[in-house]
Write a protein that binds this ligand. Structure first.
Ligand code: E4P
Length: 218
């Protein structure tokens, strides 16, 4: 499973890219708003920082507006993936933008049927929002499992499942087991994947024993 980071914060993206764990970036209008910077500058900088896809979301709700905004976003860099919502107009825009040769991420997906339409519309990525379904007491990961089964039943589908709205390390593990192609993960959750109290405890005791020997590895 590949890792995207779910942030527009360039310092986080640089840090994680340097560590070598980053295959792409996803942003959304709320994450761009948090930076307080123009979307064009943020997306351009992100695209220069990593080679993988950087998702940038349209804010128009109608087909024509989405196409116009999508083309402008795609013009920023070759690795932009235009994000459109899982609405009727969004899915139509997905088809049109895909046919123009752009990468498209169909976002705000909450059902397997939306994912099926996204694949038929030529989406590069489908983004089921796991955490927001869990917030309602539903099983977000079940939607990822359903999408995996549906996509596996049709060998002509090339859309990647991008597990989104990931909130915990458990979500990451479950997404990998469910067969998601990618998970987009907030920076703090990505770093937490390396954490285990027994690792810290074990390391402390190894180092304590080692210091008693007076040795150095030269
Ligand atoms: C995905 O592309 C979205 O930006 C993101 O995963 C939404 O996550 P949230 O539900 O934690 O806001």
């Amino acid at each position: 499973m590949r890792f995207f980071v779910d942030t527009a914060d360039i310092s986080e993206i640089r840090d994680l890219a340097t560590a070598g764990f980053l295959d792409g970036v996803t942003t959304n209008p709320s994450l761009i708003a948090k930076t307080g910077r123009p979307i064009r500058d943020v997306i351009k900088e992100n695209c220069q920082t990593i080679e993988g896809p950087v998702s940038a979301e349209v804010t128009a709700a109608d087909f024509d507006g989405m196409i116009a905004e999508g083309e402008r976003l795609a013009d920023i860099a070759a690795n932009v993936a235009v994000k459109v919502p899982s609405t009727w107009d969004g899915l139509r825009a997905c088809r049109a933008l895909s046919q123009l040769g752009h990468k498209v991420n169909v976002t705000l997906c909450f059902s397997a049927n939306q994912a099926l339409l996204g694949a038929k519309a030529g989406a590069t990525f489908i983004s089921p929002f796991v955490g927001r379904l869990d917030d309602l007491g539903l099983d977000g990961m079940e939607v990822v499992r359903e999408i995996r089964a549906i996509y596996d039943n049709d060998k002509s589908i090339t859309t990647d499942i991008l597990a989104s709205s990931i909130r915990t390390p458990l979500h990451v593990k479950q997404a990998a087991i469910a067969g998601a192609d990618i998970a987009t993960v907030p920076p703090a959750v990505l770093r937490n994947l390396a954490k285990h109290p027994l690792t810290d405890k074990g390391l402390a005791s190894f180092l304590a024993d080692w210091s008693k020997t007076g040795q150095a590895i030269l």
